[in-house]
Design a protein. Structure first.
Length: 380
């Protein structure tokens, strides 16, 4: 039996991880953590019998404790609770499916405790990759990518030497607004931005996909996971999301992973790496597919992607500013407090105002996050 814990078990990746667990039948779930959906968390506790469950607010934790008083699951709360789930004795893998840079501290603590990380939580690597990757190497811990593109790259790297990598070809669907001009983005409503053409995901990443900021985060994520320069990562729009990403080697050979869009594949691959398991679901049929299309991304209209390259190249605290500004701007957009294009304006403004700190400590990253929020909140 493999033993795991999941941060963000009630979300899109979290629930699909539990489906993979259910379908395989040989993984034990020792810990679950969620934000506020205690109804779903209660169902998960009754089905998977974890030793420990964490909820963000103590108020909800109290309610959950009453609801599951007949079970053996202990309920904890807050950051301490998240960390307790992350370092649970006996777990081999922590699945980080929480959204946002709140995942940094639990991820670091899990690595220190020797847990392998199945990483979906890209914001953590974007902001603290320079701390996480060396720490993982020191602790002999694997960081297994769950993000579909990074899983595809990871799969395309198997059996090849790192020094033979020439380029990473990171594919993007282009999102629901591909081909639109800036003018055509002026009046985008929350409902429009939440319609992704190929993937069904959490709200934050769905908005990020529409602005291409998600692809920008993924460029920086790839830099850390695969130890390449951001300028070795080329974004290619592949609207059908069939090619999940590729690696170009020094001899010109290109390796890719293709398939129907289904997050269960990268989740399962991370959980069982290096083994492959049967996965039910729709298979790619090239006869009915007919053709694949490719485009260059429009980095002038979707300049959040260009800003990500700038942040990734500079390193230091600039990627934290890029990420934190986006996190708050997206939540303000979802709350209908700002207009769609203001998301990118806010990121640019915060980045321009920032004085970069090289090789920041965890505290400096968290301070930069707070300062970025403060700047945005004092905008009006
Ligand atoms: P989601 O919004 O569906 O789920 C987020 C989860 O995190 C929920 O369980 C929520 O309860 C939990 N959470 C949020 N704040 C919390 C807090 N303070 N304490 C404890 N738990 C908290 O998000 P998602 O789409 O599943 O994405 C999760 C992560 O995976 C993100 O970093 C995203 O970029 C990445 N990712 C997602 C997909 C996808 O298909 N959904 C694909 C690639 C990468
Ligand atoms: Mg992705």
């Amino acid at each position: 039996m493999k033993r795991i814990a999941i941060l963000g078990s009630t979300g899109s990746i979290g629930t699909q991880t539990l489906e993979v667990v259910r379908e395989n039948g040989d993984i034990e779930v020792l810990g679950l953590a969620a934000g506020s959906n205690i109804t779903l968390l209660e169902e998960q506790i009754r089905q998977f019998h974890p030793r420990l469950a964490a909820v963000w607010s103590e108020e909800k934790a109290i309610e959950l404790r009453t609801r599951i008083a007949d079970t053996d699951t202990k309920v904890v709360s807050g950051m301490d609770g998240l960390i307790e789930v992350s370092i649970l004795k006996d777990t081999e893998i922590l699945v980080t499916a929480i959204v946002g840079m709140i995942g940094i501290r639990p991820t670091i603590e899990a690595i220190k405790a020797g847990k392998d990380i199945a990483l979906a939580n890209k914001e953590t690597l974007v902001t603290a990759g320079h701390i996480i990757m060396p720490l993982a190497a020191e602790k002999n811990v694997s960081i297994l990518p769950v993000d579909s593109e990074h899983s595809a790259i990871f799969q395309s790297l198997q059996g090849n030497e790192h020094k033979a990598i020439h380029k990473i070809l990171l594919t993007a669907s282009g999102g629901p607004f591909r081909g639109r001009t800036e003018e055509e983005l002026l009046d985008i409503k929350v409902e429009d931005a939440l319609k992704h053409p190929n993937w069904s995901m959490g709200q934050k990443i769905t908005i990020d996909s529409s602005t291409m900021v998600n692809k920008g985060l993924e460029v920086i994520e790839a830099k850390w996971l695969f130890q390449v320069d951001v300028d070795q990562v080329q974004v290619i729009v592949q609207p059908q999301s069939i090619i999940h990403s590729m690696v170009e080697y020094v001899d010109g050979a290109i390796m890719a992973e293709l398939g129907t869009p289904d997050m269960k594949l990268p989740i399962q691959y991370a959980l069982y790496y290096p083994h492959r398991r049967y996965l039910p679901g729709e298979r790619l049929d090239f006869y009915s597919l007919g053709r694949l299309e490719f485009e260059k991304p429009d980095m002038r209209t979707f300049y959040g992607l260009a800003l990500a390259y700038e942040a990734g190249r500079a390193g230091g605290t600039l990627p934290t500013v890029f990420n934190a500004a986006n996190e708050l701007a997206v939540s303000q957009f979802l709350n209908r407090q700002i207009k769609y294009l203001e998301i990118m304006e806010i990121i640019e403004d915060c980045m321009q105002a920032h004085k970069n700190i090289e090789n920041p400590t965890l505290q400096q990253i968290l301070d930069t996050e707070a300062a970025t929020y403060e700047r945005i909140n004092s905008r009006r």
